[in-house]
Ligand binder design. Sequence first.
Ligand SMILES: CC(C)(COP(=O)(O)OP(=O)(O)OC[C@H]1O[C@@H](n2cnc3c(N)ncnc32)[C@H](O)[C@@H]1OP(=O)(O)O)[C@@H](O)C(=O)NCCC(=O)NCCS
Length: 186
Amino acid sequence: MAELPFPDPELGDGFVLLRPWREQDGPQRFAGFSDELCRRFSWPRVEPPTERDVLGAYERDERERLAGQSLNLAVADAADPARVWGAASVYDVSAADGRAAVGYWVAPWARGRGVATRSLRLLAAWTFEGLGVQRLELTCEPANVASARVAQRCGFVREGVLRSHVRFKDGRRDTVVYGLLPGELT
Ligand SMILES: CC(C)(COP(=O)(O)OP(=O)(O)OC[C@H]1O[C@@H](n2cnc3c(N)ncnc32)[C@H](O)[C@@H]1OP(=O)(O)O)[C@@H](O)C(=O)NCCC(=O)NCCS
């Protein structure tokens, strides 16, 4: 499958800017992702992520982008693009089926100001227009109320619960599935 392009021009709305990760983002990337909420909902292992886990993502990001599988972008402050607010990614891209999934996290210092909602809107619109995706999926843990609100605010439809869907921490967990089709983005 062809490599995934970086959005050009970069995705932004004057408040958030989605841009490629930079080497210098390392400390903010690690600090933002190693907080309690990210660990609870976005990190599958029991032991907390190490700096090596998080920074190892640079290499994995590029490998998966070149393989056409995923694209992971930094979410930054549009007024100061060196300031990292979180991450937004498209993954499980299937060109054959015209389908992809989206994920995100926001650092504790940037939460509660619409950063996730704005980032998801920008990324979702680009997957439809730039990648030709016809179905976008978003999955989260049933207890993740904030993420469910983000999905609903963007127009995602809650489609159901996949029971015992993934290995998580020292057990398994259910997954709520949301779907968004072209024209449904709000
Ligand atoms: C989920 C997350 C990305 C939301 O980021 P955010 O930028 O704070 O979200 P927004 O400001 O866009 O808020 C979206 C909605 O969530 C609500 N919300 C935020 N935190 C909440 C909380 N702890 N409990 C309930 N609702 C919450 C907001 O009130 C808002 O809803 P509203 O419009 O009805 O008021 C962030 O909490 C996070 O990074 N969590 C850990 C990682 C994670 O869960 N990622 C998603 C995995 S599926």
